[in-house]
Ligand binder design. Structure first.
Ligand SMILES: [Zn+2]
Length: 329
């Protein structure tokens, strides 16, 4: 059961950086400097490998583990980029050195960025050294030249000695997959296609990561069942949360409920349709048809009626009945 507990503390801040572009999008002074950048290869599968940057106290074994699980994810879901991995150890001093390297690289890739804002950012690598966790920082907008994915992995919550580190790697890479399938640089449009509240993106990343992990050699047969049963802890919390549905929950103190039951929503949706419908066809149609258009085309009903059915019928089933929708190993 220790995995569940670790997941609980990890996931709540797992995507803290995902918020940053949304916050930037709220700053109106960016408007007047808006530039249009030429077309690029965003969203195309690439041969290019990620770049790895590690703090001086990160072991070779930790780096190799990160590479190994990136490869498992990219082999399964396709290789997208540009992608950077920044791996932080436990030393805040080494993390601060890595921050400097990071900000210099950002500046060289997007010369119109102010390096002091980068160094002053809220959740920097020293925070990761202190608190651990992992996150995806998506860069694709109208005020930076460089677009790409920046994944930060740390040394605790989870530590590289825990199996949860592998699941978190898969989770972060599924975010890369999700965002690679949204082409526009317009951040409000991106938010519309990705959904602002965590139920959709986090539920998807969490379920797909757990599913892929459960299929790896050596992972016990009932792993997926156990981990998904653990996520039902959020069901009584939803009842007490003051909202009726997972899609009403934003990032913040109650986000865990959306991570847990969002993962169940994706499992439920895949059970109603197919893994290919969710993983391949929905994302392939997303840019052309928008969220709702792609949802209706590929899942056969509106997101509203699927969410209603999920809450009014599926979530009311017994645990044993819910478990029946999960694939067996
Ligand atoms: Zn996430």
């Amino acid at each position: 059961m220790s995995i569940h507990k670790t997941s609980f503390t990890t996931q709540i801040q797992k995507c803290i950086f995902t918020l940053t572009p949304f916050l930037l999008a709220c700053q109106p002074q960016e408007e007047k400097t808006k530039t249009t950048y030429p077309e690029d290869n965003w969203g195309e599968v690439t041969e290019a490998l990620p770049n790895y940057y590690a703090a001086s106290d990160v072991t070779k074994k930790h780096l190799e583990l990160t590479k190994e699980w990136y490869e498992i994810a990219a082999n399964e879901w396709g290789n997208f980029g540009p992608l950077e991995f920044w791996i932080v150890g436990k030393s805040e001093e080494s993390a601060a050195d890595l921050d400097e390297k990071y900000c210099n690289l950002r500046k060289s890739l997007s010369p119109n960025l102010e390096i002091r804002y980068c160094l002053d950012r809220d959740h920097d690598f020293t925070t990761y050294a202190r608190e651990g966790n992992a996150g995806l920082n998506l860069r694709r907008n109208n005020h930076e030249e460089w677009s790409g994915f920046i994944v930060t992995m740390a040394s605790k919550n989870p530590s590289p000695d825990e199996d949860d580190y592998k699941v978190v790697m898969l989770h972060e890479y599924f975010h890369v997959y999700q965002h690679a399938h949204i082409y526009t640089r317009d951040e409000s449009k991106r938010e519309e296609l990705a959904k602002k509240n965590p139920w959709w993106l986090e539920g998807g990343a969490e379920y797909m990561a757990q599913l892929l992990y459960s299929r790896q050699e050596g992972v016990r047969d009932d792993y997926l069942q156990e981990v998904m049963k653990g996520k039902l802890r959020s069901l009584p919390m939803l009842a007490k949360s003051g909202v009726n549905r997972i899609d009403e929950i934003s990032y913040g103190p109650r986000a865990m409920i959306a991570y847990d039951l969002g993962a169940w929503f994706i499992a439920y949706l895949i059970d109603k349709t197919s893994e290919e419908a969710y993983r391949d066809h929905f994302f392939d149609d997303l840019n052309d048809l928008d969220f709702e258009g792609s949802f209706v085309k590929n899942f056969g009903s509106s997101s509203e009626s699927m969410l209603k059915d999920f809450h009014n019928n599926f979530l009311k089933l017994s645990i044993q009945e819910k478990m029946l929708i999960l694939p067996k190993k």
